[in-house]
Design a protein around this ligand. Structure first.
Ligand SMILES: [Zn+2]
Length: 286
């Protein structure tokens, strides 16, 4: 089985504080790479640390709807974010958006900083990763009026098939994870069938949203296999076909990832050539 890509996780979360390094090493058995999110000043810094420390971790950075209060109280934080987005292995801006479930901060504040961060992503030629909870209409409205020019990913897609039709107009990618395995989530499964095949990507949102049958456990990238198994019936594809498809889609959703992976391949090839020459020298002059 080929290894898959986990496009959305939080290994800098408190629930990984004792074993993040260990888990990130262990998931290498099943997971090609992980995209970790930094969602406020503290978590942006911890994401940058993880990215530096682990070759299989890439990062996206942005102010989460609830954390836009950090932008509201200190406008310099937007310039600070811009600087951090230029760091190595940072491949997108997110997760940003609207969360009306908690309604904190005020909706107007959330909207304002959602738009400003879309503009920043456009300026930096980066795709955005969107968190949208109980805010379907406003999210679509903002996206249609402030187009993300370098692509957008709707992380943990949670709306119905009709919204898929609207989001297809802006070429959105859809993050599919553990929630698609939950028994009462028929609407989501219907929506997945409507998603263009070349726009579906896999994610965990670890430590949250563990797929069945381990819903009560802490989530990590190795559990994506349960989401894949469930997708087999929804999409009528095999495990290998789903992995191949979603890996390819993830590289299209985050084009910088492609660049980093081809550099890695080039580096591995040069390393091989240098060593090959050395071995050849030894043999010839023995
Ligand atoms: Zn998340």
């Amino acid at each position: 089985m080929e290894k898959y890509i986990d496009t959305h996780a939080h290994y800098n979360h408190n629930r990984f504080k004792n074993d993040a390094d260990e888990i990130l090493e262990k998931i290498k058995e099943s997971t090609k790479l992980v995209i970790n999110c930094g969602t406020n000043t503290e978590e942006i810094n911890s994401t940058l640390d993880l990215v530096k420390k682990h070759d299989n971790v890439y990062g996206i950075l942005g102010f989460f709807p609830v954390d836009t209060i950090e932008l509201e109280t200190n406008v310099n934080n937007l310039a600070w974010l811009e600087e951090k987005l230029g760091y190595e292995k940072i491949i997108g801006l997110g997760e940003i958006g609207l969360d009306y479930h908690w309604n904190k901060p005020d909706r107007q504040i959330q909207k304002k900083w959602f738009i400003q961060q879309i503009e920043l992503a456009n300026k930096l030629h980066l795709p955005i990763c969107i968190h949208s909870r109980d805010a379907e209409e406003d999210t679509i409205d903002i996206l249609l009026n402030n187009r993300p020019e370098y692509g957008c990913i709707i992380h943990c897609y949670s709306y119905g098939p009709r919204t898929v039709n609207k989001l297809n107009r802006i070429g959105a990618f859809y993050g599919v994870g553990g929630t698609s395995t939950y028994k009462n989530n028929t609407l989501l499964r219907t929506a997945i069938k409507k998603m263009p095949r070349d726009k579906i990507i896999l994610e965990t949102d670890a430590p949250y949203l563990t797929p069945e049958p381990n819903r009560r456990m802490r989530n990590d990238s190795s559990k994506i296999i349960d989401t894949i198994k469930n997708l087999e019936t929804i999409l009528d594809l095999s495990t290998d076909e789903i992995i191949e498809l979603t890996n390819k889609n993830a590289l299209n959703a985050y084009p910088l990832l492609q660049k980093y992976l081809s550099w890695k391949r080039l580096w591995a090839f040069s390393f091989f050539l240098i060593n090959y020459r050395n071995i050849l020298n030894v043999i010839l002059f023995m």
